[in-house]
Design a protein around this ligand. Structure first.
Ligand code: AHM
Ligand code: MG
Length: 336
């Protein structure tokens, strides 16, 4: 076995020719995300020091309020993608509308758009718990050379060219797919390089972990309640273990490695659940399917849904195939 781990940079170059419409543009785009990830990682890592640094005058010389990290992450990702002139449009969970990008040299010659949740689970930052960035890349559907329109962004998840996340955890990892499996890279913070640490990641077919905010139990549809009770029953390999970080990227990452299901159902308080189809569910669904798992809205595949608006929410069930299928079965049975 090759003892020397590949860097993300080497991996991107080696795999460039395997992209379906390879022109180097997608490689450059993933490189830009890699760079922004390192910048945001640096900021997230010193989150607990912000008051101290601010008080010492190190970070806040203009006397401005410290920026919230989710706003900062949003700016860093957008700036990096804009500066490198490699996308024609960006939509972010932090922005009301999509951003159209004019390239300086040639007008709108780029063909990719990026959708991003710059810092998901950001309420966890205050308590030093892992957060993440989620990204999703599509080819535009409107003609190259014209400004992007909403149609470029409202594509079904099945059209994704690449998707991934960065988890700012005990280690920082970048995990992504270009439709040819899922690979995970761990950042060596000493030298600022990502190394291929988790090649070809796969969800176990089934698992023993269920992740859901059970505080909302009373508000869940009957089928979801029934499935949760099934998870808790003493039979065979059950009861399962309950693990919920409240940070989608981290919950997904753990479940992919250990086997499990993540659920954010609709409820009597939130008729479409909480998670966003474009920024959270579609990219995670692409990763899940590429890693032998499944992602569903409780009835069918997430990636088959045709989005109707940028910030659309959708119920989300994602993880080990057999577990997601079981949840769907309970949901269907309760509707009979
Ligand atoms: P956010 O985009 O506002 O951060 O919300 C998304 C997060 C997910 O990471 C997490 O799984 C979920 O919200 C937790 O929600 P809740 O606190 O309702 O369980
Ligand atoms: Mg989010």
């Amino acid at each position: 076995m090759d003892k020397r781990h590949k860097t993300l940079g080497e991996f991107i170059i080696e795999n460039q020719s395997s992209f379906q419409y390879s022109s180097g543009e997608l490689s450059k785009l993933i490189n830009a995300i890699r760079l922004a990830a390192k910048v945001v990682n640096h900021e997230v890592n010193k989150a607990g020091l912000i008051d101290i640094l601010g008080a010492a005058g190190d970070t806040n010389i203009q006397g401005e309020d410290q920026q919230k990290l989710d706003v900062l992450a949003n700016e860093k990702f957008i700036q990096t993608l804009k500066n490198r002139e490699i996308v024609c449009g960006i939509a972010s969970e932090e922005e009301d509308d999509f951003i159209s990008i004019n390239s300086q040299d040639e007008q709108h010659q780029n063909k990719y758009i990026v959708l991003i949740d710059p810092l998901d689970g950001s309420s966890n930052i205050d308590v030093n718990v892992s957060v993440g960035t989620i990204f999703s890349i599509y080819r535009r559907v409107t003609p190259v050379g014209t400004p992007v329109t909403i149609d470029d962004f409202l594509q079904p998840g099945d059209n994704q060219v690449a998707a991934g996340y960065i988890v700012y955890g005990t280690s920082t990892m970048l995990v992504y797919t270009t439709g040819d499996g899922v690979n995970g890279f761990t950042l060596n913070p000493a030298i600022g390089t990502f190394y291929l640490s988790h090649p070809n990641m796969q969800f176990p077919e089934t698992g023993k972990i269920y992740s859901v905010n059970e505080g909302n139990y009373i508000h869940f549809p009957q089928g979801v309640k029934d499935y949760i009770k099934y998870c808790q029953q003493e039979e065979g390999d059950r009861p399962y273990t309950s693990r919920y970080i409240g940070s989608l990227v981290s919950d997904f990452h753990r479940n992919m490695i250990k086997g499990g299901i993540y659920m954010y159902p609709k409820s009597s308080k939130a008729s479409e659940g909480k998670l966003r189809l474009l920024y959270e569910c579609n990219p995670m669904a692409f990763l899940a399917e590429q890693a032998n798992g499944k992602a569903s809205d409780g009835k069918g595949r997430i990636m088959a849904l045709k989005p109707t608006e940028l910030h659309q929410r959708v119920p989300f069930f994602c993880g080990s195939t057999k577990m997601v299928e079981k949840a769907e079965e309970f949901i269907a049975n309760a509707l009979k």
